[in-house]
Design a protein around this ligand. Structure first.
Ligand code: GAL
Length: 713
């Protein structure tokens, strides 16, 4: 993306849907005035505008968009122009019902909703190519248009006959022969041997649903079909002679893995010029809902705003890593959403706090859904810059305008990056393999994503900035990290295993856990004890792994003396899985089990391998124990922590840093709580920082107190 736009300022704005107001020229001209008032610098236009752009088949209507774009341009507001394929016009579904999706039960959807189109459909592709090319020809070189916003939140599956055929073609390329496919799917089991490609069908509840290799290949195919469709969209834009950079807005939920779109986002990395995502966490949970979630051992971690901020931070870290640099916060809400069970309004201060948090994690834009509240239909009560009353003398508009001014002052941050010496592995194929498998634990306590986030949380608690990686990066890229944490790497391919081994050999520190190294890329179990191809690296073999009931009183000795509060308090509960490590292990034992099948056997081990270290956790540790463990690893390895110069801080303050190529360092102090919080520094010359409820500030490191006052709330 052109560096001037992205590296020179923090963009501010959101989704703008003027097509909903074309009969209200008064509103349209008011919009631009109010955008200027709020300090808006960018809007995303045209996201669901297909029926206005092409009201009848082959009849195109661009006049309204010409006017909108000219008007925005005149006022110096930049545009992210969307292709309209996130939803299709009714005429298309009526004339060509084959553009609609077929569900897993075989029924074709009726017209309606948005992401309800088949990516295989030739007619949908044809219509997409036409509209995208026309948009590109008309606006693709307009000075106000800076970026292609391709479609909107791709996601979902189609089970139509064309998709089945494409799935078979995909499998033919992957396996070449049926023999290889049958071997990979272990299909003699239950007599499921495939004797002709035509027999293959997507996994569905009323059909095949127990061949794990098939299920994982189907998920791979869904990503493949979606990225293929995205490539088709981009090709049409290029055919319209536009060379502008592209993004597509992605989404994953911070709090609930079920609302994942089912796509392997790592496969989008090469298709986009910059990553963007839509963030909608549920803030402000009251005390009685502050219950631990999936993982039983987390009794000590309520889902308060701080915790939620770190979880949202995980997503920011993920999309920054996908972007290999700054990313765009394409959507968030300025007040409430309208689709959570209880859609809370952001408390005073939260607009600025969550915006600064995004920037602190590497965002170079703060954008909202939406500019103006719609009057009708599904999102009429969703938060916006401008409410139904059209007024600006209200809290939300005031806070947004203040943010608009603040972001102008923060433009110097745009040319800086988050420097991470640690990386956490989050791999979608591994996730699908874990979630699909029938295993000792079949409840939501498998909790792969939650476990990844729990390790990320433990690192953030130590002030460690983390990238999120797939684990499939080149050895060179892996070696750019001092520490790599790869929880539950159940599907450890030979290639990844070999890279991780070389990474440690050359001096890296790797942390892994139970449920590591079980299967290869086909989900076939290795013919060895786990962690399979990683056994030598970790210096151990797992003979058995027991599943634990929630009540089982199994503990381990707290691994580090310094983390014990008292002698009597030197044991800590573990949960869900207990590995029995074979006695022949070479790794040094750091802690042992007390109770269970592995009583007195190793629970935490460290193997020195080449110039590095490989740590193995044989059970799920409580959050605090994990933090204690990382504290020691980090201190010994001298990994940089943003808490280095902090003597004391309230637990609700999140500290983050971005560093410029010129060495300037921007520190963010973010108080995710309803009470006043403060920070004291090791340097007695440095004034304490006190932040009010949901208060936030950004200062340059080594700031003078007067400069700090300029930004403090
Ligand atoms: C997003 C979507 C937007 C809007 C928003 C409401 O997921 O991209 O179009 O629907 O949710 O929160």
């Amino acid at each position: 993306m052109s560096t001037d736009l992205l590296r020179k300022s923090i963009l501010f704005g959101g989704d703008y849907n003027p097509d909903q107001w074309l009969d209200r020229p008064d509103i349209l001209s008011q919009d631009i005035k109010l955008m200027k008032m709020a300090g808006v610098t960018v809007v995303s236009v045209g996201i669901f505008s297909w029926s206005t752009l092409e009201p009848q088949e082959g009849v195109f209507c661009f006049d309204w968009l010409d006017e909108v774009i000219e008007h925005l341009h005149k006022e110096g507001i930049s545009i992210f122009l969307s292709t309209p394929t996130g939803a299709r016009p009714a005429w298309m579904a009526t004339k060509y019902p084959q553009v609609l999706r077929v569900r897993a039960d075989g029924t074709r959807n009726l017209f309606g909703e948005r992401h309800n189109h088949c990516y295989s459909s030739p007619i949908y592709r044809e219509k997409t190519a036409i509209i995208n090319k026309k948009l590109a020809q008309r606006y693709g070189n307009h000075p106000a248009v800076k970026l292609w916003h391709i479609s909107n939140e791709y996601g979902g599956q189609c089970h139509c006959e064309l998709c089945q055929q494409n799935f078979r073609e995909y499998l033919k390329k992957r396996y070449i022969t049926l023999e290889a496919l049958n071997k990979a799917w272990w299909s003699t089991f239950w007599s499921h041997t495939i004797t002709s490609w035509d027999q293959i069908h997507s996994p569905v509840l009323h059909g095949e649903n127990s061949v794990h290799g098939l299920s994982i290949d189907w998920m791979r195919f869904v990503t493949h079909m979606t990225t293929d469709f995205m490539e088709h969209e981009v090709a049409a834009v290029r055919a319209g002679k536009s060379t502008l950079p592209v993004t597509t807005n992605m989404m994953t939920s911070a709090e609930d893995s079920a609302s994942d779109p089912g796509l392997d986002y790592w496969k989008f990395k090469n298709l986009i010029d910059i990553a963007s995502w839509d963030s909608y966490p549920a803030w402000h949970l009251p005390g009685h809902l502050n219950l631990p979630r999936t993982i039983e051992a987390e009794q000590t971690l309520p889902v308060d705003d701080y915790r939620r901020a770190v979880e949202e931070g995980f997503q920011h870290d993920l999309f920054r890593s996908l972007s290999d640099g700054p990313f765009l916060l394409m959507e968030s809400t300025p007040s409430n959403v309208n689709w959570q069970q209880i859609s809370k309004i952001k408390k005073p201060g939260m607009i600025r706090l969550t915006a600064l948090s995004a920037i602190a994690h590497g965002a170079n834009s703060v954008q909202y859904f939406q500019w103006r509240k719609t009057r009708g239909s599904f999102e009429k009560f969703h938060g916006a810059f401008i409410g139904h009353d059209g007024k600006t003398d209200n809290r939300v508009f005031k806070e947004l305008s203040e943010l608009g001014s603040l972001l102008k002052q923060l433009s110097k941050v745009a040319d800086s990056d988050v420097k991470a010496e640690a990386a956490v592995v989050y791999n979608w194929e591994n996730r699908w393999a874990i979630e699909t498998s029938k295993d000792a634990v079949n409840t939501n306590k498998k909790a792969y994503l939650e476990t990844v986030k729990k390790h990320h949380y433990a690192l953030v608690q130590q002030g460690i900035q983390c990238d999120i990686i797939s684990g499939e990066e080149s050895l060179k890229q892996l070696c750019s990290y001092r520490l790599i944490v790869a929880p539950m790497l159940y599907m450890a391919t030979l290639a990844t295993s070999s890279n991780l081994e070389k990474y440690v050999e050359s001096g890296g520190i790797l942390v892994a856990t139970y449920r590591t190294g079980y299967v290869d890329q086909s989900d076939l179990c290795y013919e060895s004890f786990p962690p399979g191809p990683l056994s030598q690296l970790f210096g151990l073999e797992v003979e058995e792994c027991d599943a634990l009931y929630h009540e089982e009183p199994i503990t381990i000795v707290i691994p580090f003396e310094a983390n014990r509060t008292s002698r009597a308090n030197s044991y800590t509960q573990v949960s869900d899985y207990q590995d029995v490590i074979r006695d022949s292990h070479k790794a040094e034992v750091i802690s042992r089990f007390n109770g269970g099948l592995a009583h007195e056997k190793p629970a935490v081990l460290k193997n020195t391998y080449g110039k590095g270290e490989a740590w193995y956790l044989a059970s799920r540790l409580q959050a605090q124990t994990l933090q204690g463990l990382y504290k020691n690893i980090i201190q010994e390895a001298k990994i940089y922590s943003v808490h280095t110069d902090v003597a004391n801080k309230s637990p609700s303050i999140l500290v983050k840093e971005r560093t410029g190529s010129d060495g300037r360092c921007f520190c963010f102090f973010l108080n995710f709580s309803a009470t006043t919080a403060s920070i004291r520094f090791t340097d007695p010359q440095r004034e304490d920082i006190t932040l009010g409820p949901w208060g936030s500030m950004m200062v340059e490191k080594d700031y003078s107190p007067s400069e700090a006052k300029g930004v403090v709330k």
